[in-house]
Structures are given as structure tokens and as C-alpha cells.
Write a protein that binds this ligand. Structure first.
Ligand code: DP6
Length: 325
């Protein structure tokens, strides 16, 4: 019974991926840049088994929801077709962060699943082949294959064969901390996938958003390489708020922020006026993520922890990419 286990970290995008140029191939419309995190991780084990009649998927020890099950099975179908393996699989995933809190888990899950499933199928692929496979599971997953600061290069070819991941900085050269602020809020009601689709179909700003966001990529890369905190922070906020503006302009409007999300944003702006160099970014959910020089972490954490609706603050830094266990 071919079996393997892998672990992958979560990542937080500084230049967001929000929009697809091909839904079937799950090809991003723009490149994106993220920081691979060091603590928030998902472990996935895969065993192909000739004795089972359908795929079995357990998340945190419980059967996956119907949507999650379908997504994993579609992904396993890709692995089966690429490796000519005619067996069903048992997949188990565990995250060391509460998946139900709305913190992103699809990136870490599909990065770990890519490594575990290809290994269990006894197939070997190059990094870029693995990135293209992981992307079929989730567009943010390829970035978690590498550590540090990572770019997912969208490419231009119709078949996605020029989609790539590239490390911009190894983890030890990432010069800032990442602080995940878990706020008191209901689980997100619109998935990233559905949100992107809605924006593409209905937002008057969608095309402009893509053009603007793609334009941020090269400046963000130079700023990362030059240790330029201010530019990295300003770009992270620019990409984040333009993405959320695009969401708000969709029909129906898509609002991912909850009340405490707005309080945290306001507090970040206030701290900056006082000379505390801290920036904020938010994915498709209510939890803000701070980006700041290590020296400012204690002060910023104290200020943010005191806000109403903040339930947990996780001090993170850049970490290594996914690996087989
Ligand atoms: C806001 O990777 O979850 O976190 O490809 O449809 O699975 P799918 O989307 P997903 O989208 C991530 C969106 C984001 C921004 C980002 O991580 O770049």
C-alpha cells in the first residue's frame, strides 16, 4: 500500500492573487508574492489502497465536508492521471491552527497534499511541475512549496506551462515579522474561489485591479531584495485594499471585514502616525495580518491585544517550505 506524509506551512500574500485567467486550469490572472510562515502548518498523509472503493478524506479526524471532499477527489484524479495509478486513496489532514477560525488552510493543505500524493504514487516531479500540480488544488498553494519570500509567476501561455514559483528571499533574509491577529467573527461565508468569480463577473473595477496589482510585483521584489520595509509595507496595504475595494464593488458587495478587523486597521494607522512602523494586510476573511520590523513587535502586540474583539495574536516569521516527512 503506497503511503506518504508531508507538511506544508501557510503563507500570507503581500501582493495578492485575486482573479483567474483560466478557471479550469486555475491559472492566476496576475503574479503574486507571499511570505511562507514558520508556525502555522498542515500535515497531510496519503495512502493509495487497492482495498477501498472510493476516496476517503478526513480533516482533523472527521470526514471532510462535501465541498472539501469534492475538491480533494478532483485533485487526486489529477494525480492518478499524471501517474497512471488506478487506486483510491485515504487522505488525512491536520492543521496546527484552528481551520474553523477562517485562517487560510487551502494553501498549506494543497501544498502538503501535492508532496504526499505524488510521493505515495512513487512519482518524481521537478519543483515547477509540483507547483503546477499544486496550483490545480489551490492557486496560493504553490507558494507554500518554497520558504521565505516567494513569487508565483502567472505566466502568459494558455496551457499554464510557464506558471512558476521563485524564491525572492530565503527565510533568514526576510527582515520583518508577521503577526496574525485572530478576531472574533463568524466563519467566512464566501470562499476565495467564489469571491474571485463574483468580482470577475460583476465588479466595474476588476480589469483595473488586475492591471494595478500586476504593476506592484516588480517594486515589491526590489523592496524585498533591498530591505526596504516602508515600500514592502505600503505595497502590502495597496494590494490588500485594492483587492477589498474590488470585492466591495462587486454585486452583491463582498465584505470580508468584521467589526474588529476595522478596529485593527485603524489602530495600525494610528500606530504609524506615532512612529511605530507597522502595516496591515487581510485575505478573504476577517483576520488582519501585521507586517513590521522585529523591534516593533512587543509594542504593536500589546496595542492590538487590547482591542475589543481580538481573541488571539500569533507572532510569526518567515519559515521553510513544504517537505516530505
Ligand atoms: C485572498 O488560493 O484560496 O488569500 O485558487 O480558488 O483555491 P483558489 O484560491 P485561494 O485564494 C487566495 C486568495 C487570497 C490572496 C492570496 O493568498 O494571494
Amino acid at each position: 500500500m503506497p503511503k506518504a506524509k508531508a507538511v506544508a506551512p501557510s503563507n500570507i500574500a503581500i501582493v495578492k492573487y485575486w482573479g483567474k485567467r483560466d478557471d479550469r486550469l486555475n491559472l492566476p490572472a496576475t503574479s503574486s508574492i507571499s511570505i511562507t510562515l514558520s508556525k502555522l502548518k498542515t500535515e497531510v498523509s496519503v495512502s493509495f489502497d487497492e482495498k477501498i472503493q472510493k476516496d476517503e478524506v478526513l480533516v482533523e479526524g472527521r470526514p471532510a465536508t462535501e465541498n472539501a471532499y469534492k475538491r480533494v477527489v478532483a485533485f487526486l484524479d489529477v494525480i492518478r492521471s499524471k501517474t497512471n495509478l488506478p487506486l483510491f486513496a485515504r487522505v488525512e489532514s491536520f492543521s496546527n491552527f484552528p481551520v474553523s477560525s477562517g485562517l487560510a488552510s487551502s494553501a498549506s493543505t494543497f501544498a502538503a497534499l501535492t508532496l504526499a500524493a505524488t510521493k505515495a504514487a512513487c512519482a518524481s516531479f521537478t519543483l515547477q511541475e509540483l507547483a503546477r500540480i499544486a496550483r490545480l488544488g489551490s492557486g496560493s498553494a504553490p507558494r507554500s512549496l518554497l520558504g521565505g519570500a516567494v513569487e508565483a509567476v502567472a505566466g502568459v501561455l494558455d496551457d499554464g506551462s510557464d506558471f512558476e514559483v521563485r524564491q525572492i528571499l530565503p527565510q533568514e533574509r526576510v527582515f520583518f515579522a508577521v503577526v496574525v491577529v485572530v478576531v472574533d467573527a463568524k466563519e467566512k461565508s464566501v470562499s476565495s474561489r467564489d469571491g474571485m468569480n463574483l468580482c470577475k463577473r460583476t465588479s466595474p473595477y476588476y480589469e483595473r485591479w488586475l492591471e494595478y496589482n500586476q504593476g506592484l510585483v516588480s517594486t515589491a521584489k526590489s523592496a524585498l531584495l533591498n530591505g526596504d520595509m516602508q515600500t514592502v509595507g505600503e505595497i502590502a496595504e495597496a494590494s490588500c485594499f485594492a483587492m477589498h475595494a474590488c470585492c466591495l464593488s462587486a454585486n452583491p458587495p463582498l465584505l470580508y471585514f468584521a467589526e474588529p478587523t476595522v478596529s485593527v486597521i485603524q489602530e495600525v494607522f494610528d500606530m504609524r502616525k506615532e512612529g511605530i512602523q507597522v502595516y496591515v494586510t487581510i485575505d478573504a476573511g476577517p483576520h488582519p495580518v501585521l507586517i513590521l520590523p522585529f523591534d516593533f513587535v512587543p509594542k504593536a502586540v500589546e496595542r492590538i491585544s487590547n482591542l475589543k474583539g481580538v481573541v488571539r495574536v500569533i507572532v510569526e516569521r518567515a519559515g521553510e517550505g513544504a517537505k516530505i516527512l
